[in-house]
Ligand binder design. Structure first.
Ligand SMILES: [Zn+2]
Length: 475
């Protein structure tokens, strides 16, 4: 009953708000709070986000930038946004380095011959034809590899078997992922001919997790692959026996410096200040072993559904909501391409946010500096409370890797913190499939984004001015 009444209130109050002056008043606050709460409740049962995730994973599947899948994902994104009623829908082209996986295998040759389950790291160079065979040096942590003297790994395969810590906020990833990022280059500097890393994963199973390698400019490029967690433990156990371990690694891949990629864009144009833009979205590309359900069809579904709900009111929002389906988050370059194409709009981009930590529930929200007590956002705490989301006292520092370039150019960001406890069990592995998405948690995300978007898009809040006026943070 409450929901039905509240939805009716949305329609009625949206009409009232058209005449209301933007200046905050008690009546305007109450109006905004009621509409935001009604939209929240509508979002909780709205099927759009799940349908988007289902559609993208089923009809497109894997879609690494530069692959035929990415091309189909772009066409999918344009068609989907148009079908959902977005305006100014287009695919914005840019060029980006492209990498494609080839056949891969690894095995222990001695002392205990066994097959190893691996997945090459994205952007890795291939092994020479016929593969590479060498003695392995096992490092239980990246720190121990970094302590190894220069030249100590000449001709060896370096292996880092460091485990990742499970955390709710995903911070365990930041600590662990350095091994995947710079491990190969640090090993190469010390003379290694190939590099293996325990998957950056919180699960103990036989699924390897890929992800990008970041070659350092001053180090030779050597092949790099992720071991499944179980196989990393196997190598630890072999190493504990003290005999030399010999590994053979075979990896084929192809790469080119300039492939085609696209950011797909659609808008809910603002009715009063269309030039003031809120940028939200998720990334359209995914790693190749799976269908990219939690990373990041979920983010596309959540933000697209939220924007559509705000746009479905009788009165469009005062400001423009722009959904961006970023084209190459995993391999990089989408944020830079967007910034290059939209430089002139930066000053009028009032806020940016990205959903890119899976499909599980949001538990806290970090706002731009100085805005937590803004009258325009006064209803937010009570609207989010039934979703078990609290407003964090800390300012938003980061929205997502695709919004970093516009953030550097001065665009304020918002950060919705999702529960990442199980995200890294699945992330970048063959297990990132639709069945991992819990529709109820997905819709909790949509509800939070919808309520927040409604309030910001219908206000005159100026996050930049609030940040300037905010007192300096306590030391
Ligand atoms: Zn992602």
């Amino acid at each position: 009953m409450f929901r039905t009444a509240a939805v009716a209130a949305v329609v009625a109050l949206a009409a009232v708000s058209a005449q209301a002056k933007p200046a905050p008043s008690a009546a305007a606050d109450a109006n905004a709070a009621i509409v935001a709460a009604a939209l929240r409740d509508k979002a909780l049962t709205d099927p759009t986000a799940y349908e988007i995730v289902e559609s993208l994973t089923t009809e497109v599947g894997p879609r690494l930038a530069g692959s035929p899948g990415a091309h189909r994902a772009t066409e999918w994104g344009v068609a989907k946004l148009k079908a959902l009623g977005f305006r100014n829908v287009r695919a914005e082209a840019y060029t980006t380095p492209v990498w494609a996986r080839g056949p891969e295998s690894a095995e222990v040759v001695a002392p205990y011959p066994q097959h190893l389950v691996i997945l090459g790291l994205g952007k890795s160079v291939p092994t020479p034809a016929g593969g590479v065979e060498a003695d392995a040096v096992i490092f239980p942590s990246l720190a121990e590899l970094l302590d190894a003297p220069m030249g100590s790994l000449n001709g060896k395969i370096a292996v880092v078997t460091q485990k990742m810590t499970r955390t709710q906020d995903g911070s365990g990833y930041g600590a662990a992922v350095r091994a995947r990022g710079i491990g190969a280059s640090e090993a190469a500097r010390r003379g290694a001919v190939a590099f293996l890393v325990r998957s950056i994963s919180t699960r103990d199973d036989r699924l390897p997790h890929t992800g990008g390698v970041s070659y350092l400019a001053d180090a030779p490029k050597i092949p790099a692959a992720a071991l499944s967690p179980s196989d990393a433990t196997l190598l630890d156990n072999m190493a504990s026996r003290g005999q030399p371990i010999r590994i053979r690694l075979n990896m084929a891949s192809t790469a080119s410096d300039a492939g085609a990629a696209w950011n797909v864009v659609g808008e809910i144009p603002g009715r009063e200040k269309p030039e003031e833009i809120i940028v939200i979205g998720g990334h359209l590309d995914s790693w190749d072993p799976a269908t990219g359900a939690i990373d990041d069809a979920a983010g596309i579904g959540i933000t697209t559904a939220a924007a559509r709900l705000v746009g479905s009111l009788k009165q469009p929002p005062r400001r423009t909501i722009r959904v961006v389906m970023w084209g190459s988050e995993e391999t990089g370059g989408a944020g830079q391409a967007y910034y290059d194409a939209h430089k002139a709009e930066t000053a009028n981009t009032i806020l940016a946010g990205e959903s890119d930590l899976g499909a599980d529930r949001i538990y806290t929200l970090r706002l731009p500096k100085g805005s937590a007590k803004a009258p325009q956002l006064k209803p937010l705490a009570s609207v989010l409370a039934p979703l078990k989301i609290f407003i964090n006292g800390q300012d938003a520092q980061f929205a997502g890797s695709d919004t970093e370039e516009i953030q550097k150019a001065g665009v304020p960001v918002v950060s919705f913190a999702q529960d990442a406890s199980r995200y890294f069990d699945i992330h970048h592995s063959a297990d990132d499939t639709l069945d991992k998405v819990d529709p109820e948690q997905l819709n909790q995300n949509v509800a939070a984004w919808t309520a927040f978007l409604y309030l910001v898009a219908n206000s005159d809040i100026d996050f930049r001015a609030l940040a300037v006026a905010a007192p300096a943070a306590k030391p």
